[in-house]
Design a protein around this ligand. Structure first.
Ligand code: NAG
Ligand code: NAG
Ligand code: NAG
Ligand code: NAG
Ligand code: NAG
Ligand code: NAG
Ligand code: NAG
Length: 532
């Protein structure tokens, strides 16, 4: 059942609206051109105010989409597979890390090649862990919780081994120069797979913080079922954060060869993101001080929302820290820190307004997709739709009735409905009638840019002659099920060509965003007030 729009019932509350307008006029200063009603939610909460919640019950299409999208993590697994359900996948990367006496065999290939890039891999884990923390009950309702947890653990097992001592983190397995000169299945690859580390002399605060964030978030996921594992993750997370904070540096400056692949634009966003996760995982108020009075002014860029992506974690940090503001039980946070936390929430609200307000505030395709960049265009739409959905659930759960955006009132249901439009676009409700979720519906990309999916299992191809499978005009012989490809152009069209890596290459973080998004939509119960 589709949630219904509820704006029409606004009239009955007109008196209240005018009261709020009056209060707003008094309180809103020129500094905050975008702000929201829930300045007053304390006031509202005690009234018999009917908050319209989304209806209960499982929505079949999102349940189907969730069941499909989680499978992409199985498609991407490196290492000795367990309970493998993907018929055309097998063991690979078994010797990864051996040169360094490490077992880096697990983890996931980031996209269509055979590289294990630590930065996006850790981000994938952070987003997946966050999705499980917010929507684990929804996943359980459609029998996908265990699968999601196992996928997460496949990455965190790798991350633990990639952090063998305090100030050393392995951030890559495989050489992209070598890798990209080949087109072969991971199972048959014999190319050298060197590792790269960051350390005190070659620091990488961005990748170390992202890894800390992933481990802190995952420590919460596993807290109740495997206390030792959870504790281990948290210890690594704290050490990595210390490393990141003590040796500031952009990893792609320390190691310039990364720049052609996952070039990082800076690390302060990841420091804040990691500290925010560490606060949730430990309850240690040091981390609140870190993101507020210690570094908020310099790092947080309050008031200027940016799009959530593998490179920019500010928006995620703002939404995650809004949790403290919405549900926080720590009443001893000092006033100044609380005011800084408000700034995070205000900036999250500004992002929500940017998402909701019609163009030109927020650029969209004619088909309604959030538009930021043509490389991996879907990443921005689904990543930010995920944030919108989480934020709408924070509003529902805290009974926060309104979001006020430049003279317009929105309700949490508006945010939820908008988030659903982005998921629906991906699932085929778009001008091409094309599902960008591989394996969903009938009309999805057949020429996904993916080495393993494009090469028949029995073919004995090696590095160079494998290119005949890239060149082939036949559709992929293997289904990269659950892949969310890069996505359409600004004009909503898509070229289904294997060589079109801009549009046709899937990534694990696209899948993590999408899993989070559809697990939030699959049924309606509200988010967990507390992660623990
Ligand atoms: C530190 O990392 C750099 C870059 O990966 C590497 O070249 C160097 O050998 C490392 N230092 C040590 C002591 O291992
Ligand atoms: C990587 O990012 C840095 C900082 O944003 C920039 O100066 C550099 O030119 C980028 N490198 C490439 C190859 O794009
Ligand atoms: C998409 O489907 C709609 C409705 O079924 C149809 O009118 C439209 O022509 C289709 N567009 C394309 C590009 O196939
Ligand atoms: C596969 O190719 C390699 C290298 O060309 C060759 O040594 C091997 O015998 C082939 N295996 C099969 C089963 O054809
Ligand atoms: C694949 O196509 C490229 C470009 O057309 C060509 O140079 C190459 O020889 C082809 N490789 C194979 C193995 O067919
Ligand atoms: C694929 O695209 C690359 C880069 O645009 C080009 O160099 C290559 O020749 C193309 N290969 C084929 C088979 O079209
Ligand atoms: C859509 O945009 C792409 C990229 O700008 C362009 O190559 C293509 O021709 C456009 N297609 C249509 C139908 O306008």
């Amino acid at each position: 059942m589709e949630p219904k729009s509820t704006k029409s019932t606004f009239d009955s509350e007109e008196w209240q609206w005018w009261l709020l307008v009056a209060v707003m006029v008094v309180l809103v200063t020129g500094a905050a051109s975008i702000t929201i009603w829930n300045n007053f939610h304390e006031l509202d909460r005690h009234k018999a105010h009917p908050i319209r919640r989304p209806p209960g019950g499982v929505t079949q299409k999102y349940s189907d989409a969730l069941r499909i999208s989680t499978q992409f993590f199985d498609v991407q697994k490196s290492g000795k597979l367990e309970n493998n359900q993907i018929k055309w996948r097998g063991d690979s990367g078994l010797k990864d890390g051996q040169d360094e006496n490490l077992d880096l065999s697990k983890g996931m290939y980031d996209a269509g090649d055979l590289m294990k890039f630590g930065f996006p891999m850790a981000f994938t884990a952070t987003v997946l862990a966050w999705s499980i923390l917010e929507y684990g009950q929804h996943m359980r309702a459609v029998n996908e919780l265990k699968h999601a947890q196992e996928s997460l653990k496949w990455i965190t097992d790798y991350l633990i081994n990639a952090h063998p001592s305090d100030n050393v983190l392995y951030i890559q397995v495989g050489d992209p120069e070598i890798d990209h000169k080949c087109w072969e299945r991971p199972e048959t690859s014999t190319e050298k797979r060197p590792t790269i580390q960051v350390n005190a002399s070659y620091p990488g605060s961005d990748v170390a913080s992202e890894t800390a964030a992933a481990m802190a978030a995952a420590s919460l996921v596993f807290k109740n079922q495997d206390a030792d594992y959870s504790k281990l993750l948290l210890e690594h997370a704290q050490k990595l954060f210390e490393f990141a904070n003590s040796y500031p540096g952009v990893y792609s400056k320390s190691i310039p060869v990364i720049q052609d692949y996952y070039n990082s634009s800076g690390f302060v966003d990841e420091l804040l993101w990691a500290a925010s996760w560490l606060y949730h995982a430990t309850g240690d108020r040091y981390y609140i001080s870190y993101v507020t009075v210690m570094h908020g002014n310099a790092f947080a860029n309050w008031g200027n929302p940016t799009w959530f992506s593998w490179d920019d974690k500010l928006a995620g940090t703002q939404v995650l820290l809004s949790r403290v503001n919405f549900f926080g039980s720590d009443t001893n946070i000092p006033i100044e820190e609380n005011m800084n936390l408000q700034m995070y929430r205000r900036t999250a609200e500004a992002l929500m307004c940017t998402i909701l307000l019609p163009p030109p505030t927020n650029k969209k395709t004619n088909g309604g997709l959030i538009w930021v960049n043509e490389w991996d265009s879907l990443q921005y739409a689904i990543g930010n739709a995920f944030l919108a959905l989480v934020f709408s659930d924070y509003m529902f759960t805290s009974e926060t009735p309104y979001l006020y955006c430049n003279g317009k009132l929105y309700e949490p249901m508006d945010l939820r409905e908008f988030a659903a439009t982005q998921a629906d676009y991906v699932m085929g409700n778009n001008p091409m009638n094309m599902s960008y979720l591989v394996g969903y519906g009938f009309n999805y990309p057949r020429y996904v840019h993916h080495r393993g999916a494009s090469i028949p299992i029995g073919s004995n191809t090696t590095c160079q002659d494998g290119f005949k499978w890239l060149n082939s005009t036949e559709p992929n012989p293997n289904l990269a099920i659950g892949a969310v490809v890069g996505g359409p152009f600004l004009n909503d069209t898509y070229i289904d060509s294997r060589n079109n890596s801009m549009q046709a290459e899937p990534t694990t973080y696209n899948s993590a965003f999408f899993v989070g998004l559809v697990s939030g939509l699959v049924t309606s119960s509200s988010v967990a007030r507390s992660f623990t």
